[in-house]
Design a protein around this ligand. Structure first.
Ligand SMILES: *[C@@H]1O[C@H](CO)[C@@H](O)[C@H](O)[C@H]1NC(C)=O
Length: 210
């Protein structure tokens, strides 16, 4: 398993270095917050080279009092710390080993749109890109509910920066639009992730060590 992971990381690194115009950005250092229809869902900070990752997920009610949870993994510690701000008082659990697969949020998303090597499907002019977006599209028909789903990833052409995913649901019979849902990537940066992203929000002495 460990060897598999190493090979995967190595391949991702090689692919990244062959990155050319018109492909889906898939850096190994990045951070972003994703929002769903305007509500913040999760924040990721990943540095595969340094072996550091942080995933913060907000409570689904958006309730400030109940904050959310955070995973922090530092490869040198060989532990994944879970900070639970939904508990009263907040708790910390120091689990052994690396993070869950969710830490591969971005690579998994890139894969779902056809992989890093896939050339964009269409150029679209969109105010969110301050001009031209590269877009990748996936679609499928669900015959049971008679829906057709069209999912489109938008990347700002000028900066190769992911902007949003727009999911449109159509009535399969009539072709009319049923709903539109927008996932946005805000505060997206690539390159060096500031160290403070991985600062532990609690004293590790208080952590439960299973
Ligand atoms: C879904 O259905 C529409 C309308 O019948 C059709 O044009 C389209 O090719 C179908 N897409 C897939 C992925 O089967």
């Amino acid at each position: 398993m460990q060897a598999m992971t190493t090979v995967t990381v190595l391949l991702l690194t090689l692919w990244s270095s062959h990155f050319t115009t018109g492909q889906i950005p898939n850096p190994d250092q990045y951070r972003f917050t994703w929002t769903s229809d305007g509500v913040a869902q999760e924040r990721y900070a990943i540095d595969k080279k340094a072996g550091k990752m942080s995933r913060l997920w907000f409570s689904n009610t958006g309730d400030e009092e109940f904050g959310g949870n955070q995973d922090i993994y530092v490869r040198d510690d060989s532990r994944t710390y879970l900070f639970n701000f939904m508990a009263q008082p907040p708790q910390c659990i120091a689990n052994r080993g690396g993070p869950y697969n969710e830490m591969n949020f971005w690579p998994n998303l890139v894969q779902s749109f056809g992989g890093e090597q896939k050339k964009y499907d269409e150029l679209l002019f969109d105010p969110d890109c301050d001009g031209t977006c590269l877009t990748w599209k996936t679609e499928y028909n669900e015959t049971y509910h008679h829906y057709r789903y069209v999912n489109r990833l938008y990347v700002k052409k000028a900066e190769k920066k992911p902007i949003k995913i727009v999911l449109k649901t159509y009535d399969l019979n009539t072709g009319s639009l049923v709903s539109t849902s927008v996932t946005r990537f805000i505060n997206w940066v690539t390159g060096n992730v500031p160290d403070y992203e991985y600062d532990y929000p609690m004293d590790l002495e208080t952590c439960f060590k299973p």
